[in-house]
Design a protein around this ligand. Structure first.
Ligand SMILES: [Zn+2]
Length: 296
């Protein structure tokens, strides 16, 4: 993704990894393959490869306003113990080098915003230093939805009490709690404003306190949608929730609402996992929605 302008704001994409991730039928178990094949001309091979795997990107966005730099979602991270998912386990991604190449250093980040607290959205919150997890972004306030944090804190405590595996593959423990303990966490409610024109909106379903971020400047508008959509495939039928959605029906409702609001408008959608070229616009179709990536 080239630098995306939103009025006086700019957005850089910081990519951790990108490629065929997992079978489409695994990630989106409700997909009707006949209906999907009717869209093969634009879906294949960029979004669904020849082996019917979903092509996904794991990336962050740096939203720069005239007053602050906001890092939205923090991917998988390095050196995390994720034995249940080989491609996330004890990784050594070149993420900070990618960030440096975009002209951003960790100390430049004023806010870290996790749209939700799944393991692939909190990883770079912390880094391993002298055997301890410490905040990667030393000057940042880490913004978490109060609802989202309370849910996972409860799950974490229940797991500790009952001896079952920790939630989100341990990421609450190694990538969220150390930030709270360092005094850098900021629990916020629906509507929190980072800066003029940049605010958080709760859109629960994928997780109980899932959020999206709106950025508005000089008449332009972009939505950082986190995991409301995992793939443009879901624009064909927004009912197709992912297997990772906490409440699939509520997630589908949030997906429908956002697609309806954005369809055929100049608003730019910046999703959490859409592969290159990433940025695009939602268009309406006679059935469902479509995806347009040529922005200029
Ligand atoms: Zn995700």
């Amino acid at each position: 993704m080239k630098t995306q302008r939103i009025g006086a704001f700019t957005v850089e994409r910081i990519t951790e990894s990108e490629g065929p991730f997992a079978p489409l039928a695994f990630i989106l178990p409700g997909v009707d393959m006949d209906r999907l094949e009717a869209h093969a001309d634009w879906l294949r091979p960029g979004f669904v490869d020849v082996q019917d795997r979903l092509v996904m990107s794991f990336h962050s966005y740096v939203l720069k306003t005239p007053r602050c730099n906001i890092l939205i979602d923090t991917c998988v991270g390095n050196h995390k113990e994720r034995p249940l998912r080989a491609n996330w386990h004890r990784q050594e991604f070149g993420y900070l080098a990618a960030m440096a190449a975009a002209g951003v250093q960790p100390q430049d980040i004023d806010y870290v915003c996790c749209t939700h607290l799944h393991a692939d959205h909190v990883g770079w919150n912390t880094s391993l230093r002298d055997g301890a997890w410490v905040p990667t972004f030393p000057k940042a306030r880490y913004v978490f939805s109060r609802t989202e944090y309370a849910h996972w804190q409860g799950e974490h405590q229940r797991a500790l009490a009952s001896g079952v595996p920790l939630p989100n593959q341990g990421s609450f423990s190694d990538s969220v709690l150390p930030v709270v303990e360092a005094g850098q966490a900021c629990m916020v409610d629906d509507g929190f404003e980072f800066d003029h024109g940049v605010h958080l909106q709760e859109a629960s379903g994928h997780t109980p306190g899932n959020c999206i971020v709106h950025a508005r400047s000089q008449g332009d508008h972009a939505v950082f949608s986190g995991d409301i959509f995992h793939s443009p495939v879901q624009l064909i039928n927004p009912d197709w929730s992912s297997r990772f959605c906490h409440d699939p029906l509520q997630a589908a409702a949030a997906r429908h609402t956002l697609a309806q609001q954005m369809a055929d408008t100049p608003s730019v959608l910046l999703a959490g996992h859409f592969p290159s070229p990433v940025a695009g616009r939602v268009v309406s179709r006679s059935q469902g929605f479509g995806w347009k990536t040529e922005l200029q």
